[in-house]
Structures are given as C-alpha cells and as structure tokens.
Ligand binder design. Sequence first.
Ligand SMILES: NC(=O)c1ccc[n+]([C@@H]2O[C@H](COP(=O)([O-])OP(=O)(O)OC[C@H]3O[C@@H](n4cnc5c(N)ncnc54)[C@H](OP(=O)(O)O)[C@@H]3O)[C@@H](O)[C@H]2O)c1
Length: 220
Amino acid sequence: MKTVLVVGASRGLGLEFVRQYAAAGWRVLAGLRHPASTELPAAVTSYAIDVCKLASIEAVLEALQHELDHLVVCAGALGPRNQAFETPDPEEFDQVMRTNVLGPIALIEQFAPHIRPGGCIAVLTSRMGSIGDAESPFALLYRCSKAAANMAVRCAAKACAGGGPRIVALHPGWVRTEMGGPDAPLLPPESVTGMRRVIDDAEAFPSGGFYNYLGETVPW
Ligand SMILES: NC(=O)c1ccc[n+]([C@@H]2O[C@H](COP(=O)([O-])OP(=O)(O)OC[C@H]3O[C@@H](n4cnc5c(N)ncnc54)[C@H](OP(=O)(O)O)[C@@H]3O)[C@@H](O)[C@H]2O)c1
C-alpha cells in the first residue's frame, strides 16, 4: 500500500495533503504537534512531531511500522509578518529558523533511508526564499529561513544522489491558509493537487529542483 508521512498536518496545506492522499486510498501518517486536538480523516495514523524537538522526530522513526513512498514537510513558521530590514528578535529568529531549516534537515536525514525506491521527499519552502526573485525586504526573517531551506534541499539531493530518494523544494503558490491570509487567491485543494503531481512525476521534476504547484521551475 502506498504510504505517505505528512509533517505539519494540523491545518492549512498539510491537512489538505492528508485529506487528498486519504481520499486517494493511501496509507496516511500525519505528524503534528498536538494529535489529540486535530480531527483527521478516519484511518489516518497520527504521530506527535514538533520539528523543533529532534527527540520527537526520533521517537516517530522508532515507532514507524511501514516504509514510506513520500515524505511531505509542511511545518512552517512565518515569524513577524510585516518585518522590514531590521534585526530580528533573537527568540523569533530561533523559532523560525528551527522550524523552517533545522526541522526539514532533521526530517530528511532521519527519514531518507526509509523512503522506498522511486519515492520523494518534498519540502514546502517558498518563492519568498528565492534570492533571484526577491523584490522586497518584506518578511526578512521568513525569506532568510526559506532561502536556507532551499539550500538544505539542494544539499540533501546531492547527498542522496545514487540510490537515495528524490528531494524537491516546492512553492505552493499564495494560498488562503492561516499563513497565507484571507487575501490569498489560491485555495488549498488546487495548490495541493498541483504539488502532488510534481511529487509523483520523477521524470519531469528531477531531484534537487525548486518547483511551484504548477510544475514551473522557480529561480533559486
Ligand atoms: N500559504 C501560503 O501562501 C504559503 C506560501 C508559500 C509557502 N508556504 C509554506 O507552506 C507550508 C504550509 O503553510 P500553510 O499555509 O499551510 O501554513 P499554516 O496554515 O500556518 O500551517 C502551518 C503548519 O505548520 C505547523 N507547524 C508550525 N510549527 C511546527 C513545529 N514546530 N512542528 C510541527 N509542526 C509545526 C502548524 O502546526 P500547529 O497547528 O501546531 O501550529 C501547521 O500545521 C509552510 O512551510 C509555509 O511556509 C505557504
């Protein structure tokens, strides 16, 4: 049975990935900070994962009973929304960088050996982490964290070349979630349907790439 682990599954894009994979008949494992307080589709197995707490990732790995086809990392933190170019508050810096950079690196390192041949690790980074595309200082800390996450994906893809899983960075588009806000033009189902297509198509979307939900390459 095809199996996916979605991390950051309590709401937003992560929850939509869970819904879509479950509806498609996959075995779905959901990693979230507070499993008891989230209603997930029936038959989804939930695990307590806080990506900032490495012990929680190791505990899930120990409890894992199935190899994975895909790992989708959705956990993310925005930090201060309207931050211009100014020194970040050190605590906010730690929280955003740990969530958006340390978490994905640890998840990739721990789970890569448990991805079946042909499988994929997808990390939701953001076009806001694109250096080539940056046209505004808005949300400095988030941008820096997602640029670092992009580099982590690229390095992981190199490290896993020659037998390891495919690893890609994904930009979901600007999506109406708690993070995207009410003005975002895109709804989670459309974004996630597009990202699933990228995750599944190894030929069109090779490892180490940065793609948006439409399958277009995003500049680093
Ligand atoms: N929405 C957009 O327009 C957009 C655009 C570009 C990129 N993205 C990226 O897409 C991903 C998903 O975004 P979203 O829009 O779905 O955001 P969201 O609605 O704010 O959801 C964020 C998710 O991350 C989880 N999370 C935060 N910190 C965590 C931690 N330490 N450990 C485990 N889970 C944690 C949250 O869990 P809790 O419920 O426990 O807080 C929640 O499930 C993020 O990485 C985001 O940066 C989103």
